[in-house]
Design a binder for this molecule. Structure first.
Ligand code: IMP
Length: 310
């Protein structure tokens, strides 16, 4: 963390070119935000935590990023435990003093697993990943999808529904969900690019919907919502096409890792902060055909892919 002076008047850096990042991981994180069109400022503000009797600042905290549209500060930590403890203390103090300011600490393991998710960086290409623990069996998934289908049918009664799926992870879920929604439904799919560590890219629509969604009731069907950045981007795009209504049904909600807080109208299961595969979900395009949902770990390891102690 590179503290800017409390009274700094120059505008905070908002591009990778302008920012002088203190750490490589900060630059990688900025690239990821750029990819998803999440506007950021680098260390825009220093929060005094302790002052002397004559008002001088004795201790302060400058979160690494401010995500402008989300009104959220992010502090990345790649440090060892001893220093993390100090950061925790500062964060606690900051939350006491500035209760209206939202700040989130991203640990090294969060950050690494963010990149692992996109198949870059963290895990050695040669490393064998294997299924570790079944989280939801085929029959548990089926039962829950039955409940989701009934709730959706009840809510949309008397209306025509368009289910919009984001490929490819949603294939199994869409196929099963639509058979449990006892209403006239249409389906359509979209493919959007995902982050590949490229320095320049931005998320783009690789294959667009074939249907016009204006004035229609649209339910976005998602396999999993993790940080929320993909869905945030997608909803922005779809909203601009003026549907009559726009709601979201996600099979899995990895709530603990959310950066963009989006309301999810229907959720199958809330899952812990683990990398999961199966039932459509992949790791580097593999494991989609498993009929159950399971955690994935490097072979012979007790921990998740790319995880590291904070
Ligand atoms: P988000 O933008 O971080 O919310 O990520 C959403 C996308 O990341 C999903 O649509 C998945 O394609 C992928 N993803 C996130 N977590 C996992 C996981 O645990 N296993 C497989 N893919 C995942």
């Amino acid at each position: 963390m590179n503290a800017r002076p409390f009274d700094a008047r120059s505008p905070a850096p908002t591009t990778i070119e302008e920012a002088r990042f203190a750490h490589e991981s900060e630059e990688e994180f900025a690239r990821l935000l750029d990819f998803y069109g999440v506007r950021w400022q680098y260390e825009p503000r220093t929060f005094p935590l302790q002052r002397s009797d004559d008002g001088r600042i004795l201790e302060a905290f400058s979160p690494d990023f401010y995500l402008v549209d989300l009104d959220l500060y992010i502090e990345l930590t790649t440090l060892r435990q001893g220093l993390v403890t100090d950061k925790h203390r500062k964060l606690r103090r900051m939350r006491e003093l500035y209760p209206n300011v939202e700040v989130k600490l991203l640990y090294r393991r969060d950050y690494v697993s963010l990149l692992t998710k996109y198949g870059i960086g963290a895990v050695n290409e040669q490393e064998q990943m294997s299924v570790s623990e079944v989280l939801y069996s085929a029959s548990e998934i089926e039962r829950r999808i039955g409940e989701l289908g009934s709730a959706i049918a009840h809510h949309y009664q008397g209306r025509e529904l368009l289910l919009v799926g984001v490929l490819k992870g949603v294939t199994c879920f869409m196929a099963d969900l639509m058979r449990h929604v006892a209403l006239p439904v249409s389906i359509d799919f979209m493919t959007i690019s995902s982050y590949d560590g490229d320095r320049t890219g931005a998320v783009r629509v690789v294959q667009d919907l074939s249907e016009n969604i204006a004035a229609r009731h649209v339910l976005v069907v998602e396999d999993i919502v993790d940080t929320g950045m993909t869905l945030n981007h997608l909803l922005r795009q779809l909203r601009a096409r003026e549907p009559a209504s726009l709601a979201v049904c996600a099979l899995l909600d990895k709530r603990a890792r959310r950066l963009v807080d989006l309301p999810l109208d229907y959720v199958g299961f809330e899952i812990p902060d683990e990398f999961v595969v199966g039932y459509g979900l992949d790791y580097r395009q593999r494991f989609r055909n498993l009929p159950f949902i399971a955690t994935l770990r490097p072979e012979g390891s007790a921990r998740g892919p790319g995880t590291d102690s904070p």
